[in-house]
Design a binder for this molecule. Structure first.
Ligand code: NCC
Length: 276
């Protein structure tokens, strides 16, 4: 099944991937003293529904895009990791509804996760590369980075900000969907934050516009729009199966190809906006 149509791919995604987050009733968390720090309800019960949404990749090709106004015109905007808006409003906008962060960002000293105001806007959602088909206890005892320690610290410092942890099952449901649609074997590493965030927004929005995930004519080796660091692997992937993720998104795109070329813009339907 490597040549499914866009409509078939969307149906497969809808059937296979369920964007859930950790709640205090789940074991082993239910038995831990800090379980009450977790939100009582899953993210998708609390967020939205929104009509039109933007997912802003962190790609260097957003630089000089002038897409800021368009991005902010959406009802909700998702951003990634340490991607700033201050100083880059013209190109990436200033609205942040959701910020999806990997556990490396939470743990590394450089990002000053606990104290920087970069993370204070919107709803936070964290994820950690969990072992394939892990149960939650197995993952809890060997996370990639200390996601749970940092989560507890952050929640105690900023108790008013909504903060969710992605259920690791989502990573592997999505990975399975990618693999099921590729002719070759792909590396068994979780998808990038980019694809996770896109599917997260497809779960709460009627329509999702993803910016510079599929590179436009501004395609560059500049890794991030906010840093002077060059590496083509940021766009093409190394650890994450990024090229395969992009292939999948290209096939699901409902917008015209010239939108990709001119604006780096892909248009995807929300998972509740179509029937299978
Ligand atoms: O770079 P990163 O991602 O924060 O970017 C967020 C998402 O945007 C898409 N992207 C980014 C750059 C680019 N040139 N092209 C793109 O398409 C990708 O979909 C990407 O997921 C991550 O996925 O969490 C990642 O995080 C960084 C890093 O941890 C954070 O930026 C914090 O510094 C990873 N880099 C390293 O580990 C060195 C990166 O591999 C993936």
């Amino acid at each position: 099944g490597s040549r499914r149509s866009g409509a078939e791919l969307l149906c497969q995604l809808k059937g296979k991937v369920d964007v859930t987050t950790l709640t205090p009733d789940l074991r082993p968390f239910s038995g831990l003293s800090w379980a009450p720090l977790l939100p009582p309800r899953p993210l998708t019960s609390d967020l939205g529904p929104f009509r039109s949404c933007a997912v802003v990749s962190s790609a260097g090709s957003l630089k000089h895009s002038g897409l800021g106004k368009e991005i902010d015109s959406h009802d909700a905007v998702l951003r990634f990791n340490a991607a700033p808006t201050a100083g880059y409003e013209k190109d990436v906008g200033m609205k942040t509804t959701v910020r999806l962060i990997n556990s490396q960002v939470m743990a590394s000293d450089d990002h000053r996760f606990l104290s920087s105001s970069l993370y204070s806007a919107g709803v936070l959602v964290a994820w950690d590369p969990a072992p394939y088909s892990s149960d939650l206890s197995e993952w809890y005892n060997r996370t990639d980075y200390p996601i749970f320690l940092q989560y507890q610290k952050y929640r105690r410092l900023h108790p008013q900000q909504p903060f969710y942890i992605l259920h690791p099952r989502v990573e592997w449901q999505l990975w399975d969907t990618i693999q099921a649609n590729m002719a070759e074997a792909i590396q068994r590493n979780p998808p990038s934050s980019g694809l996770l965030g896109t599917v997260l927004m497809m779960s709460v929005c009627e329509v999702v516009h993803v910016y510079e995930f599929l590179p436009s004519r501004r395609k560059t080796e500049l890794c991030h729009y906010y840093q002077r660091f060059y590496d083509a692997a940021c766009t093409l992937g190394a650890y994450h199966p990024l090229l395969y993720e992009k292939n999948l998104v290209k096939r699901m795109n409902r917008g015209p190809d010239r939108d990709i070329f001119n604006h780096g813009r892909v248009t995807l339907p929300g998972l509740h906006s179509f029937n299978c």
